[in-house]
Write a protein that binds this ligand. Structure first.
Ligand SMILES: [Zn+2]
Length: 597
């Protein structure tokens, strides 16, 4: 038994105080390590950089003494051999307000085990317990505990003793501490909790009802019973933020205040739709990636990057079903769903990166590219989320077309789930392609190979048209619009090839499109445009000026690069029709054969 204890002597300083008692340490000298990354977020984060004041002592026959610790590398330590129980103590600096690490101050506490609990090497498969202590100080006197960790000796939502099956289990149940709002619902007989932390207004009854609908949909999609006997949505509400991380029996989310349903709000506005889509996404992961997972994740090597071509499936298929579930549940209608899907299509088609990097390459290089995006990302990479979602749609539409609607991607996902339940093995690199062909009854390996490993255009537009969806391609109204909706007002004939934002004294170039007008003239991301043809302008003025411009016009642009003023001659180019709007075909009588509702 490994006994962890976590508390804080001074929460405002962001320090968690952690100790570990190891009954039977390795007689050759106990080794310990901290993960360098957290499953679901594929980047080396070196959590050990926040670990301080590591000390070790032995306790045998009432005697104790401090032991020497040798640091092996950035995240590994070895304690000299000792008799009896080994006790370690350390502090963890927790000031990362994200779902990936740990955060602590006077307002709340949050941690993933991967940021705070050292792994006892050689005993990782042993059961462990965690004593979660109330942080010290008046500010924490009304705090409670929210986690999907199993309670051992603790009242519900209270401090006390929790337990985990092994280290892998210990670090897959994030913990929220604070004076949060908690409410509950049941989905297919499984108790679910919603934990809201932060400052917010929320129609709790409405949110619980909508999440129940989504959760029951996903449970029934894969088939009852659900694979977990309890589930928790942990939501940190902030002024502006968005993100989520999946766990086996919970998810941690960051949501902006405006995305929660207000009391009395009847409609699902864009922000609430995004939030429900995020909840749906993370919940679908309960099956797709937390249980059905690449074989290279069994077990995770949390010290090093783990490479797989398959994130297009684990994130892309999940992205496909997150919004689709909202439609199938009746929470949103077909036009609303088609708007979201068209936005994903627009996002992929606007970047040249899709012509350079396949979905498989995007998956493989997530560690250094997708998770380390710079201003050139749209030119150099494609998102395995967005393109994976489009590939999932292609597979779904193809299977429906070949079977006259009798089979679909749903069957592929259920087969993957059944295979997992049967033998618990990980997904091999080509397993999904094989299952798709089996379900199609014909060999689709070329069709799949080109979509997953190729950089050519997907066959999506034809598949959509054949499924009763009208596809409209138009130019973007401005650099901010995401697509999916009919344009209001006139559209420009020309495009600058870049994304800009209003900035003090001018327009800041966020990124430039490769071979776009701005880049061709020599402008770069980071430049601040202060005048065009001698006149100062903001985004709104730029937009109206673009409406009056013609292809081939030359604009004299003055821009600062750092503190140096430069002049560029920008020759305007024809705007590209890379914004998509999808609608139900009139010819089909407004009836959609996809996505199967
Ligand atoms: Zn995801």
């Amino acid at each position: 038994m490994i006994r962890y204890q976590i508390g804080s002597r001074h929460p405002a300083s962001h320090y968690f105080d952690v100790s570990i008692r190891i009954e039977r340490p390795d007689p050759a000298g106990q080794e310990l390590r901290l993960p360098n990354w957290i499953p679901g977020s594929y980047m080396i984060r070196d959590f050990a950089r926040n670990l301080l004041d590591l000390r070790a002592e032995a306790s045998a026959d009432g005697s104790s003494g401090e032991l020497a610790i040798h640091q092996v590398d950035k995240s590994n330590w070895r304690v000299v051999p000792c008799q009896g129980e080994l006790i370690l103590s350390y502090r963890v600096y927790a000031n990362d307000l994200s779902v990936r690490a740990a955060h602590l101050d006077h307002s709340h506490g949050y941690y993933n085990g991967s940021s705070v609990f050292l792994e006892v090497i050689g005993q990782s498969d042993q059961a462990c317990e965690v004593k979660i202590e109330r942080p010290q100080g008046e500010a924490c006197s009304d705090w409670r505990v929210a986690t999907s960790l199993k309670r051992k000796q603790a009242e519900a939502y209270d401090f006390g003793l929790y337990e985990a099956l092994d280290y892998d289990d210990l670090i897959d149940h994030p913990v929220e501490l604070g004076d949060f709002t908690q409410f509950a619902f049941e989905a297919c007989g499984v108790p679910h909790d919603i934990i809201l932390s932060g400052r917010f207004e929320c129609d709790e009854t409405r949110l619980a009802a909508d999440l129940k609908t989504i959760c029951e949909h996903h449970i029934r999609f894969f088939g009852e019973p659900a694979p977990m006997d309890y589930y928790q949505f942990q939501v940190l509400v902030v002024g502006d933020g968005y993100g989520g991380l999946e766990h086996r029996a919970s998810t941690s989310l960051i949501a902006k205040r405006d995305s929660l349903p207000k009391p009395g709000q009847l409609e699902i506005d864009d922000d609430y739709r995004d939030f429900l889509g995020l909840c749906s996404h993370e919940y679908f992961h309960t099956w797709n990636v937390k249980r059905i997972k690449p074989e290279v994740y069994r077990p995770y090597d949390l010290q090093n990057e783990v490479y797989t071509d398959l994130l297009w499936a684990f994130e892309g298929i999940t992205s496909y079903y997150d919004d689709l579930a909202l439609l199938r549940c009746g929470l949103i209608d077909a036009p609303s769903y088609l708007e979201l899907f068209a936005q994903t299509l627009t996002r992929v088609q606007r970047g040249r990166g899709r012509l350079r990097q396949s979905a498989a390459e995007s998956s493989f290089n997530t560690w250094t590219k997708f998770y380390k995006q710079d201003e050139n990302a749209a030119n150099s990479i494609v998102s395995y989320y967005a393109k994976g979602c489009l590939i999932a749609a292609c597979i779904d539409l193809k299977l429906r077309a070949l079977s006259d609607g009798a089979s679909s991607l749903d069957d592929v996902m259920r087969r993957l789930w059944q295979d997992y339940l049967r033998d618990g093995r990980g997904v091999e690199p080509d397993a999904i392609q094989k299952i798709v062909s089996q379900i199609a009854g014909v060999d689709l390996s070329d069709f799949l190979q080109q979509m997953i490993y190729g950089t050519g255009e997907l066959p999506l537009l034809d598949l959509l048209t054949d499924s009763g969806i009208d596809v409209l391609q138009r130019v973007a109204k401005n650099t901010l619009e995401k697509g999916g909706k009919m344009a209001v007002g006139a559209l420009p004939d020309v495009d600058l090839g870049g994304a800009l934002k209003d900035d003090d004294g001018g327009l800041m170039l966020l990124r430039v499109a490769e071979e776009g007008a701005l880049q061709n003239a020599g402008l770069s991301a980071g430049d601040v445009i202060i005048a065009i043809d001698g006149l100062k302008l903001n985004l709104a003025k730029l937009e109206s000026r673009l409406l009056r411009a013609a292809v081939g016009d030359v604009w004299q642009v003055h821009a600062f690069r750092r503190d140096e003023l430069n002049q560029f001659d920008v020759t305007l180019r024809a705007a590209q029709k890379n914004t998509f709007v999808l609608s139900l075909s009139e010819e089909e009588g407004g009836k959609m054969s996809w996505p199967g509702i």
